[in-house]
Design a protein around this ligand. Structure first.
Ligand code: PLP
Length: 874
């Protein structure tokens, strides 16, 4: 018998113990006082030889040199910054491993309920600096590295970002891992170990985005532990056959792929707890087909190995669009099947009956990408555990929780039924599809009972969307198979309840649909990226940084100091130095000189029409035209401004790429114009990443979050900027609203139409269009100048300009004038420097709510029902 998980393997060690002599053979038990009992007396040698954290500079230097000589096999004369980074990273990893091992042992022994965060993306960024700060070893390493003749600052720059994500959704997952460890929560992440992360963005001489692969694993990655002994078989294609009358089936034939585990250590801040992120790599089950090889068909022999390895080779670079590609569906199934098998094995080791599964396991689905976990768990419970359907369904619906990340229709995941039929096991019965159909049938019967004869409602709520081909609606499946559904900011959760999930709210009642406003980790997004501000805050509050970093509401204590002139001056001086740090970065990477006495205005995020970078660049052009029309004396009275953009566009997203091209070419003209260049300049920084964000965010005076109302679910970069004392210019959308509630409306700059108006305005555009000239003469003038070729061949931009002149789905014409007034208000406010600094301090002081610690504790308490499980410090 064959299946995705070999039932015989469950509950047994992965490696045959027969040939392995283990030190004790079992986990040491503890007596009632918590003291370990070691029955065979190896305790002494084991304890004496165990590695302990070495925290003094001398041991650190020794450990780094050791790694240079042994792990890297190099000598002092041929070690460069990269080698020094690798040796330092390996030495820090040794420390992490001690804590990681202790944590996993502690969780195993205590056997608390655990949570698992399934995310197809983890946008981690760099690790070394973060690990040093969380371990509290940064200053020791700084000294140790210096003794060896290197600078810690320089070697930190050698690390490549782990960029296994597109944008906000992936970065959120990374922040939640940091918070789970820092708050001592027993949580693991599960994802894929892509060989290539998000593409590297290059800009061509014409201003076009070019994509290059991101071979982040080319230098060995010191932060992962290959677990070559932790593997699972995952089967694609093939067929299932029913056994007798029980509803069970067995599964055979098809392609077999091996999932291999790689573990990434996630250190908490100011705690021993070090959680785990398990990433799966796909490998061919059998190296190659020996028969073909012997027959002289080498290519045929390695073919299966190529297609198996392809599954985890690349991250799909789409953000807020779906892409019905078979390989993507294969990734989703591969990852959910391996993760569930692993979770089930760990549960089985507890020796509890399967009915208690939801008492020990909670699984959070980050968006609909892991939704196949629902039919997969049903399959395991019915086919392998031999549970009755109802019993299995009760377990499933008490295990899963689902986070929705968007209400944009084009982003709601759907898979054609024929593709699922082809990929997943086929013939009588097509197992997963059969399960999905069975779930759907039972669900629709219940809906019919509650709303008799309402056929439209049944059609809307069905997991299957009729049409050619039929499609599986993943959000419906996720909603039906889950305990709870949440949106990611108050407004967004309300839109989920009243639009895409309205029918489901009427069916289940509203309590199933809740909100957890996103958060960000203050460790990376303040302490790490803005060390001077972190130090000033600790000094001003008079508390150790680990205290306020883990209870961010403590920042409110800063309010008492807003009237202290010396404090304000220090605050402003740090902002200025961060602006100089950014200018230095632009100078060394692009060779351009930035005016650090100007206001820094920043918009960095994925390029998308809904995020309206177009509105921003058209506003910049308007400002340029206005400056050009002034006399030199008039210009001198204006507020000098430097505008920064960064962000990637999905490679197939033509309009977004055209926006990048426009920004780059406008920058060329503006930055070269002697009339205006002292008052306005513009930079597009290529290859946006977590590390680039860490340099840009602390330098910002004002940042832009200007999505069409109702389209940005939450946003998290808005939180990062405000935490670093940058003010916010935005629409009344996503988490902007909650930020304004916290910091006070007088400290943010809002503009634009509100969510309820959006639908009416779109209707008007279609049926009663008003020409741009009438709606906004200022905007019409800007569009005409672009068409006329002020920034190079105007014809190139027509498709972009036409999206605005024609249906204008994202309401650029409706919001333009209000946007320009908001920009003017920002200028006016900035002229009063003292008041501006006060606004900046008040903003940081009120950002406590947006710590991802608050968010993760909310999930832990209100959703997963898991408890803090701190590892005792020995
Ligand atoms: C925070 C972050 C995002 C999310 O930005 P939004 O403006 O909220 O869309 C995307 N990419 C990176 C690298 C980030 O750090």
């Amino acid at each position: 018998m064959t299946s995705v998980i070999d039932p015989k393997a469950i509950g047994k060690p992965q490696r045959s113990r027969r040939h392995v002599r283990t030190l004790t053979g079992y986990l040491p038990e503890t007596d009632s006082s918590g003291k370990e009992k070691w029955p065979r007396g190896e305790e002494k040698i084991w304890k004496e030889c165990s590695r302990h954290l070495d925290e003094d500079v001398q041991s650190i230097t020794k450990s780094v040199v050791n790694h240079v000589q042994t792990s890297l096999a190099r000598q002092a004369y041929n070690i460069d910054d990269l080698g020094a980074y690798q040796a330092a990273a390996l030495s820090v990893r040794d420390n992490l491993l001690v804590n990681w091992n202790d944590t996993q042992l502690h969780y195993t022994r205590k056997a608390p309920k655990r949570a698992y965060y399934l995310s197809l993306e983890f946008l981690m960024g760099r690790t070394l600096d973060n690990a040093l700060l969380n371990l509290g070893l940064k200053s020791q390493y700084k000294d140790g590295i210096k003794e060896l003749g290197f600078s810690l600052e320089d070697i930190l720059e050698q690390e490549r970002d782990a960029a296994l994500g597109n944008g906000g959704l992936g970065r959120l997952a990374a922040c939640y891992l940091d918070s789970s460890a820092s708050q001592d929560l027993p949580l693991w992440g599960y994802g894929l170990r892509y060989k290539y992360g998000i593409f590297q963005q290059l800009i061509s001489p014409e201003g076009n985005q070019l994509e290059a692969p991101d071979p982040w694993l080319d230098n060995q990655n010191p932060w992962e532990l290959p677990r070559l002994d932790v593997t699972y078989d995952v089967r694609f294609y093939g067929h299932a056959e029913r056994i007798g009358e029980t509803g069970r089936a067995t599964w055979s034939g098809g392609q077999e792929v091996l999932a291999v585990a790689y573990d990434v250590m996630i250190p908490g801040c100011g705690t021993k707890n070090t959680n785990n992120l398990r990433l799966w790599e796909s490998k061919p089950k059998r190296g190659f087909d020996l028969n073909s090889f012997n027959a002289g068909n080498y290519e045929g022999a390695v073919e299966s190995s190529n297609s198996a390895a392809a599954i985890t080779s690349v991250l799909y670079p789409n953000d807020h669009t779906t892409f019905g590609k078979e390989l993507r569906l294969k990734q989703q199934y591969f990852w959910t099947a391996a993760s569930l098998a692993d979770i089930l094995r760990r549960f089985k080791n507890l020796g509890k009956p399967i009915s208690e599964f939801p008492d020990f396991v909670a699984i959070q689905l980050n968006d609909t990408h892991p939704t196949l976990a629902i039919p997969e768990l049903m399959r395991i419970l019915v086919d392998e555990e031999e549970l009755r359907w109802d019993k299995a369904w009760e377990i499933v619906t008490n295990t899963f929780f689902f986070t929705n990340h968007t209400v944009l229709p084009e982003a709601l995941e759907k898979w054609p039924v024929p593709l699922l039929e082809h990929l997943l096991p086929r013939r009588v019965p097509e197992r997963h599809l059969q399960i999905i159909y069975d779930i759907n049938m039972q669900f629709l019967q219940a809906v019919e009972k509650k709303f008799p004869g309402d056929r439209d409602r049944l059609a809307r709520m069905s997991i299957i969307e009729e049409g050619v081909p039929k499609q599986v609606r993943m959000a419906n499946l996720a909603c039906i198979g889950d305990r709870k559904v949440n949106g990611v900011a108050e407004l967004h959760s309300e839109l989920v309840r009243t639009t895409i999930m309205k029918d489901f709210v009427e069916f289940y009642g509203v309590s199933k649909f809740a909100n957890v406003t996103n958060g960000i980790t203050p460790r990376r997004w303040l302490d790490q990226c803005n060390p001077e501000l972190s130090t000033l805050i600790s000094k001003t509050l008079g508390i150790d940084k680990t205290v306020w970093l883990k209870d961010l509401t403590k920042l409110e204590g800063l309010l008492a100091h807003t009237e202290d002139k010396k404090f304000r001056d220090e605050w402003a001086a740090i902002k200025q130095r961060n602006k100089e740090r950014l200018a230095h970065h632009v100078q060394t990477t692009l060779g351009l000189t930035v005016n650090t006495h100007a206001m820094f205005d920043v918009q960095i995020k994925r390029l998308h029409e809904y995020k309206r970078q177009t509105l921003n660049i058209l506003g910049v052009i308007h400002r340029y035209l206005t400056l050009k029309a002034m006399t030199p004396e008039e210009r001198k009275k204006t507020n000098p401004r430097v505008v920064f953009f960064a962000g990637k566009a999905a490679p197939a997203y033509y309009i977004a790429k055209l926006t990048i091209r426009l920004i780059v070419n406008v920058a060329r003209v503006i930055n070269d114009d002697p009339d205006t260049k002292n008052y306005l300049s513009l930079y597009f920084l290529p290859d946006y990443s977590v590390s680039l964000a860490e340099v840009l965010i602390p330098a910002s005076d004002i940042s832009q979050h200007i999505s069409t109302a109702g389209t940005e679910a939450s946003g998290t970069s808005n939180m990062k900027f405000c935490l670093n004392g940058g003010l916010l210019l935005g629409t009344v959308d996503g988490a902007n609203i909650e930020i304004a509630e916290e910091v006070g409306e007088s400290n943010v700059f809002f503009f634009g139409h509100l969510t309820p108006a959006v639908e009416d305005l779109r209707y008007q555009h279609l049926y009663h269009p008003v020409p741009v000239e009438e709606k906004s003469p200022a905007l019409a003038n800007v569009l005409n100048q672009v068409s006329a070729g002020l920034f190079g061949d105007g014809g190139v931009y027509e498709p972009l300009l036409n999206t605005i002149r024609q249906s204008d789905y994202y309401l650029i014409t409706d919001d333009f004038d209000s946007y320009i007034s908001a920009l003017n208000m920002v200028d006016e406010a900035y002229l009063d420097k003292d008041e501006w600094v006060k606004k900046s301090i008040r903003t940081t002081a009120k950002m406590g709510k947006f710590s991802s610690d608050r968010a993760i504790m909310d999930y832990a308490q209100e959703y997963w029902n898991i408890e803090q499980t701190p590892v005792p410090s020995s």
